[in-house]
Design a protein around this ligand. Sequence first.
Ligand SMILES: Cc1cc2nc3c(=O)[nH]c(=O)nc-3n(C[C@H](O)[C@H](O)[C@H](O)COP(=O)(O)O)c2cc1C
Length: 219
Amino acid sequence: MRICFIKSLGAVALTLAAAATVTFALEPPQNIIVMPPKDGGYTLVKAIESRHSDRTFVDSDFSSTQVAEILWCASGENRENGGLTVPTALGKKEVFVYAVTKQGIYKFLPNEKKALFVNKGDFRKDAGMQDFVGKAAVNLVYVIDKNLSGGKTDADKVRMGAFSAGAMSQNVALFAASKGYGNVVRGSFDKVKLGKALKLSPSEEILMTQSVGPIAPAK
Ligand SMILES: Cc1cc2nc3c(=O)[nH]c(=O)nc-3n(C[C@H](O)[C@H](O)[C@H](O)COP(=O)(O)O)c2cc1C
């Protein structure tokens, strides 16, 4: 009797669950309609909904905590085995994030949970070709160390590193959206000038840059 009651409770639960989850079978050649998930992390979905590029940065400064939070999102350690917030080819962790701030430049070493000071001074203008770059609170620079890459050719190394850098910049873009910071990824920069400011070694190459910071209120 008791078993029978539990069984029927289970059946009711299953029926309710089926009613709550409406799924559609894939029917090729129909296109798949892609919509934001309805559950499982509304905040993340909201951030994805809000992601966009901004260029109206106000000249400003971030606290070390604000810079640290951004760096962690980009490529921080998120597991006890040393894994990062982003994938890297063969787990080589060959892409590093540099932070160019009003005060100076730092190189993030995720597994050391540290951003090492690299250069003193305001080099923000050297991080890009557009006027807003010199105002953004922080300009991130995604740099591959080809000596660490598992790729065989130079092109392979850059291709795989760029994939990780893309994942990093998107983590930052979503975090920026959730915090109300502006952000824009940038391919326009002077490799030689910026490389000098970052004090890069010959095995390091800049892949991408990204400006992040407070923006002017919308009119
Ligand atoms: C690889 C790449 C390079 C980019 N380079 C620049 C750049 O140098 N300067 C800039 O202002 N925006 C740059 N952008 C941002 C694009 O202009 C922007 O993503 C595009 O206009 C779409 O706008 P949205 O990001 O608001 O959707 C770049 C984007 C990508 C993906």
